[in-house]
Design a protein around this ligand. Structure first.
Ligand code: GYE
Length: 307
């Protein structure tokens, strides 16, 4: 062509930053919303995302992280399935000079320089909100009020902290007594199975269900109804997350309180990745603002819910 002899003066090619993200699984509606928020935010930006789903296995997460190091990604983000056992792999990543962002759940490490920032909810506060509601909802009685608890994944931050926050608030009320408390892995199937067992073992003594996420709650609602009790009336139902389906169940009167936990962390994560690549300093903790919903406020929220 006519211009073929013209050598253009190259403008420096800016490489798009590559983010390797190890997602812990796809156990719940919250997680699905979390994954799509991150994928969509990456698509809308110039960050190239490599997404790996570890299906609840810490080993798989560690494998994925090692692979990201080999691929020389610019930033690694991890939503860790449990809190412990990360020190070693995070040291490897640090040695490779790749910055790490922890998202959603937390890692328990003694050296805080192993990650740049933690983006996610205040799970302890969520537990406290659940407890405060219960104190108001059921006035002090001279007969024991039986509580059952469906905990999430054993050793995971939301399960540990939601349990602790709740206990710290209700502990002053000696009439509020735990009948049963078990892990049900944040899934519908496990929630139903464990609630069924609770009902079989303690039946009509159960006055309160505190469930660490909506999916376990959905399973538990089925178990309660099949047992012949009315959720929301015979049993006060408190759940965490605030998916559309939970708000709908609340609108039907089957759930009494939803403590919101926001899964839409994509925009925050992508922003943080850009900052890290630029070399800016980030706060060690980025907390997502959250709400609670009661039966009075549920209806208004349903339409606005994207997940
Ligand atoms: O509440 C639950 C999910 O880590 C905050 O994990 C997340 C929790 C969420 O399975 O639904």
């Amino acid at each position: 062509a006519e211009d073929s002899h013209v050598v253009s003066i190259a403008t420096p090619i800016r490489k798009e930053p590559v983010l390797g993200f190890s997602q812990l699984g796809s156990e719940s509606e919250w997680r699905i919303a979390n994954s799509s928020s991150i994928k969509n935010s990456a698509i809308e930006s110039d960050v190239k995302l490599i997404f790996q789903n570890a299906e609840q296995s810490q080993e798989k997460q560690i494998e994925a992280i090692r692979e990201f190091v080999k691929q020389k990604v610019d930033v690694i983000a991890i939503a860790p399935v449990v809190e412990t056992g990360w020190e070693y792999i995070l040291k490897e990543v640090k040695q490779a000079g790749i910055p790490v962002i922890i998202i959603d759940r937390l890692v328990d490490v003694t050296d805080p320089s192993l990650y740049v920032t933690h983006i996610g909810s205040d799970f302890y506060e969520e537990g406290r909100k659940a407890g405060k509601y219960l104190l108001d909802k059921l006035p002090k009685s001279n007969k024991p009020i039986g509580i059952v608890e469906l905990k999430g994944t054993e050793g995971s931050t939301p399960s540990i902290a939601r349990g602790k926050g709740f206990r710290d608030v209700i502990s002053s009320r000696t009439d509020l007594q735990f009948l049963k408390s078990e892990n049900a892995d944040f899934t519908v199937a496990k929630g139903k199975e464990v609630m069924k067992k609770f009902l079989k073992e303690t039946g009509r003594d159960i006055r309160v269900l505190y469930s660490h996420n909506d999916d376990m709650t959905f399973g538990a609602l089925e178990a309660i109804e099949e047992y012949g009790l009315v959720p929301g009336k015979d049993i006060v139902v408190i759940t965490v997350d605030g998916t559309r389906k939970a708000l709908e169940k609340m609108n039907e009167g089957k759930i009494n309180l939803v403590v919101e936990c926001n899964p839409l962390l994509g925009p925050n994560l992508i922003q943080a990745v850009k900052e890290v690549v630029k070399g800016s300093t980030l706060p060690k903790r980025i907390v997502t603002p959250e709400n609670v919903f009661t039966q009075v406020t549920a209806a208004g929220e349903i339409a606005a819910r994207s997940y």
